[in-house]
Write a protein that binds this ligand. Structure first.
Ligand SMILES: NC(=O)C1=CN([C@@H]2O[C@H](COP(=O)(O)OP(=O)(O)OC[C@H]3O[C@@H](n4cnc5c(N)ncnc54)[C@H](O)[C@@H]3O)[C@@H](O)[C@H]2O)C=CC1
Ligand SMILES: N[C@@H](CC=O)C(=O)O
Ligand code: NA
Length: 439
């Protein structure tokens, strides 16, 4: 079996690594839309080889293009651009560094890799004068990284917040609207090609944390890695949490929140976090259902921008990959390059404990005089100001819901610990961070 097919005169030659959910769609569209892509890129864009784990499992692909040897394919003289759709960190990191060192440009959807090793990849790309594009790595089809890297490069971004994981949004939406079970909905998300090869990356928030690291790096011109991002998944979000949220006119979403935080003394830092958030149903993110993603960007001059669309799935993700491929081809045609790494601001990353958040705390308490005062005192002792309290009687107990104003996350956490130890508190029923104002 040949690794590389005979080249077409003047064409940009593509090595495709991985031909699964996303790679399969890229291969299909590259073939079906070859004429249009050539017209848009200014040069034919053609497949030089496709690396998959098991070539014998791909009867639909031209056998002369298939190989199991990705390492050899990426440095082949017949290849100009490597499109990586395998996923995971090793051995992919080594392949892409080798490709970049050999002067090949790289297009990848691999957020896990970028969130840990983008500095090395950018350095190798710079040294070789090659391109590194990764629009598909965050929010699938939605053009989000190009706006951050290019369109908003003249503005000062203060906040990027939104739903960046399709699988968990699919699960939370189903649990909320139909009361569907967690496990069956996750299986459905995998079947539809939304989930990662190991879906714990989705449900435990690793995928969204990688995306938050990429977003914070681009928005704040600072290197932020996945380990800098505070991460909580949806495994602890129960049907009861969603039901409680619904009673209060709210719902629960897994959000990535990246902020530029300025201290009282004017010192700036970056905060990046991923966790479940209770939002009012009137909030625009509450209406984002299924595997759709939506991201708000706030910038000084531009104000608020919202990006919305399909965040997962083979075809939507392939759209972003092909857009990057056309960009690389156009750059090659004119002898130019796309944007390089921009990490000049090098802002410190603020620990989660010091990040300002707001809590929604639901308690089951004894129904007698003085209980509310004790609970309120615990908040006051930690310097946490209360925004709203709602009490309702449930038999010989009362249900107390407290929503706070902003306070450092650590102060809120220790307040909840202390409240849980009060004799008058039977149970801390749920604790969740809050975004948005009730209307
Ligand atoms: N599925 C989705 O909705 C999205 C996926 N992504 C990212 O795109 C990438 C690919 O995802 P999927 O297509 O869903 O994965 P997939 O599991 O469907 O496909 C992976 C492909 O890689 C190949 N592969 C695995 N190990 C290999 C090896 N050692 N040598 C050669 N080929 C190998 C497999 O044969 C398969 O063709 C991942 O980085 C993922 O995080 C990004 C956005 C959305
Ligand atoms: N598993 C991811 C795929 C896209 O990035 C998700 O569910 O969002
Ligand atoms: Na995108």
């Amino acid at each position: 079996m040949n690794t590389v097919a005979a080249p077409q005169e003047g064409a940009i030659r593509v090595a495709l690594l991985g031909c699964g959910t996303v790679g399969g769609e890229v291969a299909r569209l590259l073939t079906e839309q070859a004429g249009e892509l050539a017209a848009r890129a200014g040069v034919p864009v053609e497949l030089a080889g496709i690396a998959v784990r098991r070539p014998d499992k791909h009867p639909e692909l031209p056998p002369e293009l298939l190989t199991a040897d990705a390492e050899k394919l990426v440095t082949s003289d017949e290849v100009d651009v490597v499109v990586e759709l395998v996923g995971g960190i090793e051995p992919v990191r080594g392949w892409l560094l080798a490709a970049l060192k050999a002067g090949k440009s790289v297009v990848t959807a691999n957020k896990a890799l970028l969130a840990e090793h983008s500095a090395d990849l950018f350095e190798a790309a710079d040294a070789a004068g090659a391109d590194l594009y990764f629009e598909a790595a965050v929010a699938g089809a939605i053009p989000l990284l190009r706006p951050l890297r290019e369109s908003l490069a003249g503005d000062r971004i203060t906040r990027v917040m939104g739903i960046v994981n399709g699988t968990t949004n699919f699960i939370l939406s189903a649990m909320d609207s139909s009361g569907a079970g967690y496990a069956e909905t996750l299986d459905e998300a995998s079947r539809l090609g939304y989930a990662e090869a190991d879906p714990t990356a989705d449900v435990d928030g690793y995928d969204a944390a990688s995306k938050a690291a990429i977003l914070a790096s681009l928005a704040f011109h600072t290197r932020v890695t996945a380990s800098d991002v505070h991460r909580e998944g949806i495994a602890d979000v129960t049907a009861a949490d969603l039901a409680a949220a619904r009673m209060l006119g709210r719902t629960v979403k897994l959000l990535a929140i990246c902020e530029r935080v300025t201290d009282d003394d004017g010192v700036e830092s970056v905060s990046a976090r991923v966790h479940p958030v209770m939002i009012p149903r009137s909030h625009q993110l509450a209406g984002v259902g299924g595997a759709f993603n939506a991201v708000y960007v706030e910038a000084d001059a531009a104000g608020e921008l919202m990006f919305y669309g399909q965040g997962a799935g083979g075809s939507p993700t392939a759209s972003a990959v092909l857009g990057d491929l056309v960009a690389v081809a156009r750059n090659r045609v004119v002898g130019g390059r796309g944007p390089r790494e921009s990490a000049h601001a090098a802002l410190p990353v603020r620990p989660m404990g010091q990040t300002p958040t707001r809590y929604h705390v639901s308690l089951s308490v004894a129904d007698r005089a003085g209980v509310l005062a004790q609970v309120a005192q615990a908040f006051a002792d930690h310097g946490v100001s209360i925004a709203a309290v709602r009490q309702s009687d449930v038999g010989d107990r009362a249900s107390l819901v407290v929503v706070t104003h902003q306070a450092p996350d650590a102060a809120l956490e220790s307040t909840v610990d202390e409240i849980g130890r009060l004799d008058v508190v039977h149970e801390v029923v749920s604790v969740m961070r809050v975004e948005g104002e009730d209307q």
